[in-house]
Design a protein around this ligand. Sequence first.
Ligand code: FMN
Length: 213
Amino acid sequence: MSEWLKKYRENHADFDKGSLNAIGMDPFAAFSTWFDEAVNHGETEANAFVLSTATSEEGVSSRIVYLKELKDQRFVFYTNYLSQKGQQIAAHAKVSMLFFWPGLQRQLRIEGIAEKIAEQESDAYFASRPRESQLGAWASRQSEILEGPGDLIAAFEKYDQQFPNAVPRPPHWGGYAIQATSIEFWQGRPSRLHDRIVFVKENGAWKQIRKNP
Ligand SMILES: Cc1cc2nc3c(=O)[nH]c(=O)nc-3n(C[C@H](O)[C@H](O)[C@H](O)COP(=O)(O)O)c2cc1C
């Protein structure tokens, strides 16, 4: 066994926090239950998820973003539309989301289609943010090369002066809503016999299947 394996093998958890027997037939109700349980359990950054985006030319890339809302059965997050993720979504709307709530030994995988939300909705959310975050959204040309950190501060100060009162939403900043095509609930179980229940949308209706762990 390698030194690395010897050092880290003891860190694996015993999986014994529950089962999926009471998950029900509505994936969004189940998501809400799990999300509340993650928050109540004190999971760090329970609303942070890994968003993976892809284009056939560039391959796949992943990063963390915050889930801000589950609205009309769509998962909403906010970002810069001109960022790498924004450009990838523009080219290829299929994305995946991944939540990991280790305290509850749960993983939640969602695949779906991302699209921009209505401008008024982005306006309303942007207006609710602190002024510093609003100015940051103007100052950061997210994912582009930054010559030096001073340039970012200079841009922030420029917009601070340009908008002495209310800060309008930058046109390149707003929300995406992800319409799920599959939602998988994974619960760790003893002996690595983990529970996996996958909701798959077929002809407009959700079907539930179990998968081998
Ligand atoms: C905990 C956490 C939360 C984040 N939330 C967001 C977010 O909600 N929106 C966002 O655009 N970036 C967020 N980021 C930054 C992204 O991970 C990423 O660095 C940035 O969006 C640029 O990604 P891109 O170049 O792939 O487009 C967050 C990072 C962390 C670690």
